[in-house]
Design a protein around this ligand. Structure first.
Ligand code: SAM
Length: 232
């Protein structure tokens, strides 16, 4: 369970109404039961349910059950698509361990508004279910040209480009370190955008195979490729 509260031996942690509903209503937990907690900073803690109520409750931390893991320094940049598919991308990026998830507005981006709080809540749920000890940060929507103009010198960019058939090997020779994966919208990138991305010295155009994948499929395929070649 993710909590926004300090964790440590003997520390008590209040439960919100929603958390109490989930633990006591849905999971049928009762006082004295054990729950695993994380807050993204202090690893995973085993806690005991010290008070169970309808509208809230309290947990008491017993001992640390796993150390804090550092996320791989991977950002997933993607152009938001339809709501359910955007949710899917955020969920899968959190499960695959991305440290930061950045919705990007491009020329052909289908959706120009996102609910950052909703997407962040999806990231929390995904981190809870996969037993991670951290939650990726979901950033606000940023325009592609602004993102590229301020591109950090040390961060390599895996530009997923369906026009570069056969360019999978471009990752060969790439080193570990900070990375970002960039996935385009349903309509792909415009020629001008493609040229701007190619102008970033850290960018490598990468193919995910000869078929044009849906953006949500491409996001999962790209993270898998990155993990296989570069990450863990
Ligand atoms: N129209 C489809 C859709 O509804 O999602 C396909 C969209 S595809 C153009 C969206 C993005 O996925 C592209 O901009 C690219 O970043 C990535 N992509 C899809 N297939 C790819 C491939 N074979 N290689 C590399 N990137 C790919």
């Amino acid at each position: 369970l993710f909590v926004e509260h300090p964790l440590g031996a003997g520390q008590t942690v209040p439960l919100s109404r929603d958390q109490a509903h989930y633990l006591f209503g849905v999971m049928r937990q009762t006082e004295g039961g054990r729950v695993k907690l994380f807050n993204g900073r202090a690893g995973e803690w085993l806690a005991e349910i010290s008070r169970a109520g309808k509208r809230g409750g309290e947990l008491t931390c017993l001992e640390q059950s796993a150390p804090q893991l550092a996320p791989p320094d991977l950002w997933l940049l993607f152009a938001p698509i339809k709501k359910a598919r955007t949710d899917f991308i955020v969920e899968k990026a959190a499960e695959m361990g991305a440290a930061r998830i950045v919705p990007v507005q491009t020329e052909f981006t289908n959706s120009e508004r996102i609910r950052r709080d909703r997407l962040q809540a999806h990231a929390v749920e995904a981190a809870e279910q996969c037993g991670g000890t951290y939650v990726p940060e979901v950033a606000d929507l940023v325009r592609l040209d602004r993102l590229l103009a301020d591109w950090p010198e040390a961060r390599q960019l895996m530009f997923c480009d369906e026009t570069r058939v056969g360019a999978r090997a471009d990752l060969a020779g790439a080193g570990p370190g900070p990375w970002a994966i960039l996935i385009g919208p349903e309509g792909g990138f415009s020629e001008a955008e493609r040229a701007r991305i190619a102008g970033v010295p850290q960018a490598r155009g990468v193919s995910l195979g000869p078929r044009i994948l849906r953006a949500d499929t491409a996001a999962v395929a790209a993270m898998t490729l990155w993990q296989t070649v570069l990450g863990d």
